[in-house]
Design a protein around this ligand. Structure first.
Ligand SMILES: [Fe+2]
Length: 585
């Protein structure tokens, strides 16, 4: 009998998503933000995403055996709520809340999930809703999706779930065992988020920018060690400076931040706009270094034995998006393979919760080999969208799409590329991408002019065919999801300069043809023309906007940008001169 499980995330008021497992196979998964066109889809439930999953599989709500949610009640008998109360004594109302009504958030969230299920046509009397602790859901999204058969160390570094912020455990014979957890406010990811806010970016979004700034700064110029320490197996964040609530928060224009006025006294005013780099780039470097140092110490302390035994590590949670930390983990001599869940932020907990329940019910889940789990559209859909669109697109059906697009790229053009199923997780991996030829001088600048307007410290990344990956990246470690950076070989730094970061690294996707044949073939065509089986790849969206989902979204974005070429399946849309709007700025 089939086991059909729907996972729904969104417990923490951001990144709601849905994932559907049928008999251990991940049939569909998508983030709500893509459908509602609102990045991170804050304060929403995953209604559209769940509707898509059911429709894609051709099933009805009554066919679903259970709904798994990545948030659970936490017993007063556990350490979590007491730790929270003790550490937040300066805010007695919150401390007391944690002890007396510590599961209030869970019940509120469950109500919203029930409401969402009713809208989807579920019968609440018949459907079972199974809570999975937030960190177990992250851990499951890493371990169960890794395909690792050996004893596997499991790491979760996250802002905060119910109370836990950090998870150490191991997986063996399909079962997850907890070793240790840290609790709010002692959160390394939370500290990174607080400094991200101080550096003028948004938490849960701007961490990437901080990581991108770091190589421009000197991590030894300012000593950040006072912010956090790891001693005798315990992480302590200095809440004089960060991870603060209530009156301890720094406030500006009515908005409260997760750092304190004391941090401002120490480091100077909060960075705003694109103001001078100094000293902020050094702060970014110091924060990144502290994050890496503490994470590596904690890994060694709690997971070192398992790593020395089998060399396998599975990693998820927001902190797993820190590709520089991941590079350092991979460099450890005892490490054989690191699996990072491609949707390691909260969207991935829909997958993790459903996978967890599947395994508990005796159905092992398959290895997650790719992220092409969202909606796909055929040529007819694309043509219909063109026909409807107010910009009156000039389109044509073309043959030999990879070859034609390669020619456009080599001529120095950025091309918007829309093919197959939409990616699950924050990275565009050749389903909804903007592409460029990485050896065409100035193409990164052109993409920035035409659409992205990215800060200069955010480098563009490459997709690489599997045959070329090990030469270019000097590593044969699997890298299917752009979750790791690698040191680029000197020769390839010269060959594809547009995709190499300031510090000589690239955050690469190494693609096996079976997972996306058309994208792979495009890189083969580029290789014929340039000698490099590599393409510059950035996500198909404007700055601050969710990644494109449908052909209509793509057309809206295309006509709201200065891009000139958009290829969707076999349909090429070319902007006529008249339709090209003048460049911004
Ligand atoms: Fe999380």
């Amino acid at each position: 009998m089939a086991l059909t499980l729907l996972g729904l995330s969104g417990a923490l008021t951001h990144d709601p998503s849905a994932a559907l497992y049928i008999d251990g196979k991940l049939v569909a998964a998508a983030e709500e933000e893509r459908f509602v066109r609102d990045k991170h889809a804050k304060n929403r439930m995953p209604y559209e995403a769940a509707k898509f999953c059911l429709q894609f599989a051709g099933i009805k709500p009554a066919d679903v055996d259970a709904v798994a949610i990545p948030y659970a009640p936490i017993s007063i008998l556990e350490k979590a709520r007491w730790h929270y109360a003790k550490r937040y004594l300066y805010a007695p109302d919150r401390a007391l809340d944690a002890l007396l009504t510590g599961n209030r958030r869970y019940y509120r969230y469950k109500k919203r999930i029930e409401w969402c299920l009713v809208q989807l046509g579920f019968d609440l009397k018949k459907i079972e809703i199974i809570p999975v602790e937030h960190h177990l859901a992250h851990a499951s999204s890493a371990y169960h999706c890794s395909g690792f058969k050996e004893r596997t160390a499991i790491l979760g570094i996250d802002g905060k779930g119910e109370y836990a912020t950090t998870f150490f455990g191991y997986g063996e014979n399909g079962k997850i065992h907890k070793i240790k957890e840290f609790f709010d406010p002692d959160s390394l990811s939370g500290l990174y988020g607080a400094i991200t806010e101080y550096l003028g970016f948004e938490m849960l979004d701007g961490e990437y920018k901080v990581m991108g700034m770091a190589p421009y700064g000197d991590p030894d110029k300012y000593d950040f060690s006072r912010l956090a320490k790891f001693e005798n197996g315990e992480l302590t964040i200095n809440t004089d400076y960060a991870n603060v609530i209530g009156f301890k928060r720094y406030k500006e224009n009515g908005k409260g931040y997760y750092f304190s006025p004391k941090l401002i006294d120490w480091l100077g005013p909060k960075r705003s706009g694109d103001i001078a780099d100094d000293p902020y780039i050094h702060y970014a470097a110091s924060m990144q270094k502290l994050f890496e140092d503490l994470a590596l110490q904690m890994i060694d302390y709690y997971l070192g034995d398992i790593l020395r035994e089998t060399g396998r590590l599975a990693f998820a949670g927001g902190g797993a998006l820190n590709v520089k930390l991941n590079q350092k983990i991979i460099a450890r001599p005892e490490l054989k393979e690191l699996f990072v869940q491609p949707a390691s932020g909260d969207a991935g907990t829909a997958v993790g919760a459903a996978a967890y329940v599947s395994v508990e019910r005796g159905v092992a889940v398959e290895k997650m080999e790719h992220v092409y789990l969202g909606p796909a559209y055929g040529n007819e859909d694309v043509i219909a969208a063109c026909a409807r669109h107010p910009a009156k697109p000039q389109w044509q059906v073309i043959d030999a799409v990879p070859q034609r697009v390669a020619e456009l790229l080599v001529a120095g053009n950025p091309v918007a590329w829309f093919q197959g199923r939409m990616e699950f997780g924050p990275r565009a991996l050749g389903g909804r991408s903007i592409l460029g030829c990485p050896s065409a001088a100035g193409v990164a600048d052109r993409i920035n002019e035409q659409i992205k307007f990215r800060e200069r410290w955010r480098p563009f990344c490459p997709s690489v065919i599997d045959r070329v990956g090990p030469q270019m990246l000097r590593s044969d470690h699997p890298a299917p999801f752009m979750t790791f950076t690698f040191e680029v070989s000197d020769e390839w730094k010269r060959r594809v300069p547009e995709v190499v970061h300031e510090d000589g690294t690239s955050r690469a996707q190494v693609l096996a043809r079976q997972h996306n044949p058309r994208y792979y073939d495009l890189m083969l065509e580029l290789e014929k023309l340039t000698g490099n089986g590599v393409v510059l790849n950035t996500s198909l969206n404007r700055r601050g906007e969710a990644m494109i989902c449908s052909p209509t979204d793509a057309l809206d974005m295309f006509y709201g940008s200065d891009l000139e070429y958009l290829v969707m399946e076999d349909v090429l849309v070319v902007k006529t001169q008249k339709q090209v709007e003048p460049a911004v700025g």
